[in-house]
Ligand binder design. Structure first.
Ligand code: HEC
Length: 170
């Protein structure tokens, strides 16, 4: 009897946790990864497809965070991800310190956006930020390496188009 009840309580608990952690409060129809056509140039789709993985390290109390992890970003939910991506990098040390104060997104300019540069080597090698020249290819880390899986070419394409279109919270 007790064992049965415990099993039931555990299952219910896990189901409830899964529910709250995956949808990020953004609405059930925004998990773009399920669609037949892959990542779309909309933030909900980009978050569902790949950006949610960044929360392993970039979130308050994240298991993967260390003292050197960039400190502005919070990928816990789609809402915190969008809000913090609208700001600037902080807390970077050593080689990466040259990117402190740099905007993650420069609207309409994918080639100048740090969030694209950390995932796309072509953007990383060509980046030239006039106000912060020290945030160059040597100062920008490869975040796909940190995630452990590469974003798809479709994701990179959708991310570029999304920035080009003004990086709306859509
Ligand atoms: C395993 C932990 C981990 C994961 C996962 C991770 N990051 Fe990071 N991130 C770091 C650390 C640590 C730094 C500080 C720079 C360094 O040590 O390379 C950093 C730095 C950054 C920076 C500043 C880049 C620079 O070097 O100037 C950006 C932007 C960033 N991360 C975005 C992301 C995005 C977007 C994702 C998901 C695609 C992601 N990170 C996933 C740990 C992580």
């Amino acid at each position: 009897m007790n064992r049965f009840f415990l099993g039931f309580a555990l299952t219910a608990g896990i189901a409830a946790t899964a529910c709250t952690s995956t949808t990020g409060g953004a609405g059930a129809d925004t998990t773009g990864g399920d669609g037949a056509s892959g990542p779309q140039p909309h933030f909900a789709s980009l978050y569902a497809d790949y950006f949610n993985k960044c929360g392993q390290c970039h979130a308050p109390g994240a298991v993967g965070a260390t003292s050197t992890t960039e400190k502005s970003l919070d990928f816990s939910t789609q809402a915190t991800a969008y809000a913090t991506l609208s700001g600037n990098a902080s807390g970077l040390t050593g080689n990466q310190a040259g990117c402190n104060g740099v905007a993650f997104i420069v609207k309409d300019k994918p080639a100048s956006s740090l969030v694209l540069a950390v995932l796309d080597s072509a953007t990383r090698s060509a980046i030239a930020l006039t106000a912060t020249p020290s945030c160059d290819t040597n100062a920008i880390s490869d975040m796909a390496l940190k995630v452990g899986t590469q974003p798809s070419a479709e994701f990179i394409g959708a991310l570029k188009t999304w920035i080009q279109n003004g990086a709306l919270n859509d």
